[in-house]
Design a binder for this molecule. Structure first.
Ligand SMILES: Cc1ncc(COP(=O)(O)O)c(C=O)c1O
Ligand SMILES: [Zn+2]
Length: 401
């Protein structure tokens, strides 16, 4: 490793370093997943007194690409909102939502895409490509535009939220559809990058994605003034849970905290291969036909499952599943009782809270991974505009006459 670089790419299995990345972001020695190892110790001051917008404030803990200016749309720095009503219903005094729906394209993906696009720029990549259930597509399209690099996104032909597709088009990406699921789309994209050096892979297999996403842990620690007891988030391809866990682990390794949260992954009943593997303590078995209303986590073969399994086991956490009905109920409740509009997948962690045996005083952070505006048009609302009659009749229907 060159000393000046301050980071290296290592395999999570054989531990060997990778100097030049393969197109599919896998270890060239054993084919397993890669991660970035930051060599410098980053103390409290270096970490929290940094400057720069959003995630780049934490540049001391991010891989640095000499000569390349970060490609940024202002990602990160999202609010941690205390939930007043939903928490009370659950008898929790300290429930928070990390509202990553407030990122530039409306999801947490922007954190990781910003770092990976910056990496792509430093390597002179010509075309960025990803498979996506929608949010990565929207994010990649935007950051590709900002970086001046072509963006190609591959999505399942049906089921992607209309708002997300609309974003990908609006940001000028080329959008390709495949029959089948996200897993089919990813398989096709991996074939594509292996066959043509012009494409740069932007899925969360790319370890630079994880670096940007880990910053959420630093922000949560800073906003809460401590490490939460539980960190609960939806799991699809299992990149984000791996990323946030890496962030907390780095806080501990750098002596900034002594404790780490229990990581709790949440999947939908019909798309729960990771939950199944966790219960049986076995390898993941791909699910051919995942189904759930939460299209962002409709994934049958989570590629980062090994990293995620380590996160759950090392932290003493767990994996839960929730039904589509529970997801939609939680989404409605968050909107109507907290003013927090999340997309379906992002309601899953809130829906799962009742299934965790939590003490009233536990400090719990759920990650609201995506903005509810994205799939609002796809879920029929029972509400309709009421005809404006007279003031008297409105007052009567409101029931406070
Ligand atoms: C809104 C939302 N939540 C959660 C996830 C799952 O994240 P991961 O695939 O990193 O597990 C996704 C992935 O697309 C998403 O878009
Ligand atoms: Zn290896």
């Amino acid at each position: 490793m060159s000393k000046s670089k301050g980071w290296k790419i290592v395999c999570i299995n054989c531990g060997k370093e990778t100097e030049t990345e393969l197109p599919d972001s896998k270890c060239k020695h054993c084919g397993d997943l890669l991660e970035i190892s930051i060599s410098a110790k980053v103390g409290r001051r270096a970490l929290f007194e940094g400057r720069g917008p959003g995630i780049w404030r934490f540049g001391a803990a991010l891989p640095f690409f000499s000569g390349t200016i970060p490609i940024s749309l202002g990602e990160g720095g999202t609010p941690l909102v205390r939930l007043e009503h939903v928490g009370l219903g659950l008898d929790l005094d300290n429930l928070y939502a990390k509202n990553d729906g407030q990122n530039p394209t409306g999801s947490f993906k922007d954190r990781g895409i910003a770092v990976a696009v910056t990496r792509a720029k430093s390597l002179g990549a010509r075309t960025l490509v990803c498979a996506s259930t929608g949010n990565t597509a929207a994010s990649l399209a935007a950051y590709g535009a900002k970086a001046g690099i072509k963006a190609v996104v591959v999505v399942p032909k049906s089921g992607v939220a209309s708002g997300k597709l609309g974003q990908a088009f609006a940001y000028g990406a080329r959008v390709f559809g495949v029959e089948g699921t996200f897993d089919d789309a990813l398989r096709r994209v991996l074939d594509l990058v292996k066959g043509d050096e012009g494409f740069y892979l932007m899925n969360s297999l790319n370890p630079f994605r994880i670096e940007g996403q880990k910053v959420a842990a630093f922000e949560i620690y800073e906003q809460l003034g401590r490490v939460p007891d539980y960190l609960v988030l939806p799991v699809g391809n299992a990149g984000n849970i791996s990323a946030i866990w890496k962030g907390f682990k780095e806080l501990r390794a750098n002596g900034i905290t002594r404790s780490v949260p229990k990581m709790v992954g949440v999947q939908a009943d019909g798309a729960a291969p990771f939950a199944k593997a966790f219960v049986s303590r076995r390898k993941i078995e791909a699910l051919k036909e995942p189904h759930t209303v939460a299209s962002a986590i409709k994934i049958g073969n989570p590629v980062s499952w090994k990293k995620a399994m380590r996160a759950i086991e090392e932290s003493g956490g767990t994996v839960l599943t929730v039904s589509d009905h529970e997801i939609m109920k939680a989404r409605t409740e968050l909107g109507a009782r907290e003013g927090l509009l999340v997309e379906a997948a992002s309601a899953a962690p809130f829906a799962a809270l009742r299934k965790l045996k939590l003490s009233k005083s536990a400090k719990v952070v759920c990650v609201a991974t995506g903005n509810g505006l994205k799939d609002l048009a796809d879920h029929k609302s029972e509400q309709a505009i009421e005809t404006f009659d007279s003031g008297v009749s409105i007052v009567n229907t409101l029931g406070f006459a």
